[in-house]
Design a protein around this ligand. Structure first.
Ligand SMILES: Nc1ncnc2c1ncn2[C@@H]1O[C@H](COP(=O)(O)OP(=O)(O)OP(=O)(O)O)[C@@H](O)[C@H]1O
Length: 326
């Protein structure tokens, strides 16, 4: 079996909370990503998506910490690397594209300097060659008039353009893994579609694996090889895109899909708990989703469900999974 690009095993991340039990942002999380594979990670706000992205990069903000489990990149346990080795890895072998490109970019440096600095730091490339490679990358991310934009400052760029510059920074060193954290959420719908299309094409061209984090389950239907659903810091369901959309089995997955559906019967059944239930926090004992599940039974409130393989490559964390529709 080939070594996956990324292997997350039994990962727990905690944030201390003064006078209370620590917030358990991730709990026993397993996830692997193969070479050139795009895995979509879908979950609502607070489900632990960004924490996972940070834990993979070994950048959990203190006093938060990885309290258990491991993150391996191409077979190397990242907890064993020192800060210098991690810095070499970040930006070169794995990189991140985040939602708010303006906060990512330094307002005092030109586009060319910001992309060029990464390339120079990791490869030692400089001078004319550096400029040529940066301009080449600007062309790849479809920045019009790249020679001129090379000298532009971030405030001179539109939102979509700034996001493309962030993508250029993430891809300039040909990383083996890119983590896209809600990267298109702040953009207009049309710009969003263009940026997604571009991101997918670039991942294919650079043979990059990707963890694609989103709150929008609809995007994963076009974009990802596998889909993983996260709730309360745990993977609830994971399958290939085809299997997932043909036969979603976790009630939370079906709820997410129902929220996008135009079928009023489907919507009213799955969404019937309404706003109050949506506010419920993940349960500490039993199934984390039990307080919001329309199919909950007594067993769910006391026994924590394991992630079980219910068909080849399709894992579900539910005592009473949804049966295939006729
Ligand atoms: N720096 C922090 N300090 C304390 N708690 C944190 C911190 N970062 C995250 N958390 C907690 O960890 C949990 C997961 O948060 P996280 O930001 O990973 O969720 P998310 O799915 O990325 O949400 P969003 O889609 O809104 O970005 C939440 O309960 C959050 O309050």
């Amino acid at each position: 079996m080939t070594t996956p690009v990324l292997a997350v095993e039994g990962l727990d991340v905690e944030f201390p909370s003064y006078g209370e039990a620590p917030v358990r942002a991730l709990h026993g999380l397993d996830l692997s990503i193969g070479e050139q594979e795009i895995v979509g990670l879908v979950g609502e706000s607070g489900s632990g998506k960004t924490t996972l992205a940070r834990a993979i990069m070994q950048l959990v903000p203190p006093p938060g910490r990885i309290s258990q489990g491991s993150v391996s990149f191409e077979g190397r346990d990242l907890s064993k690397l020192d800060e210098e080795q991690l810095r070499t890895l970040r930006g070169r072998a794995m990189s991140m594209v985040i939602a708010n490109p303006r906060s990512e970019l330094n307002p005092l440096l030109t586009v060319g300097q910001q992309i060029g600095n990464i390339l120079k730091y990791h490869t030692g490339c400089k001078g004319r060659e550096l400029r040529e490679r940066v301009i080449e990358m600007l062309k790849e991310v479809r920045i019009p008039d790249p020679e001129r934009r090379y000298d532009a400052f971030p405030h001179e760029l539109s939102g979509g353009m700034a996001q493309r510059v962030v993508m250029a920074i993430a891809l300039i060193c040909n990383p083996r893994l890119v983590i896209s954290d809600d990267a298109t959420s702040g953009l207009d719908v049309t710009v969003q579609a263009q940026v997604l299309e571009l991101l997918k094409r670039l991942a294919e061209r650079h043979r990059t694996a990707m963890l694609f984090i989103t709150r929008d389950i609809g995007i994963t239907a076009h974009f990802c090889d596998r889909v993983a659903i996260i709730y309360g810091g745990e993977i609830m369901e994971i399958a290939t895109r085809a299997r997932f959309f043909a036969n979603p089995m976790h009630p939370y997955s079906v709820l997410l899909l129902a929220a996008f559906s135009h079928n009023p019967k489907l919507r009213s059944y799955w969404l019937k708990e309404g706003e109050a239930a949506a506010e419920a926090r993940p349960a500490e004992t039993g199934c984390p989703f039990a307080p919001r599940c329309v199919r909950v039974r007594e067993h769910c409130r006391s026994v924590h469900p394991e992630l079980r393989e219910l068909e080849a490559g399709h894992h579900v964390r539910c005592h009473f999974p949804v049966e295939r529709r006729a």
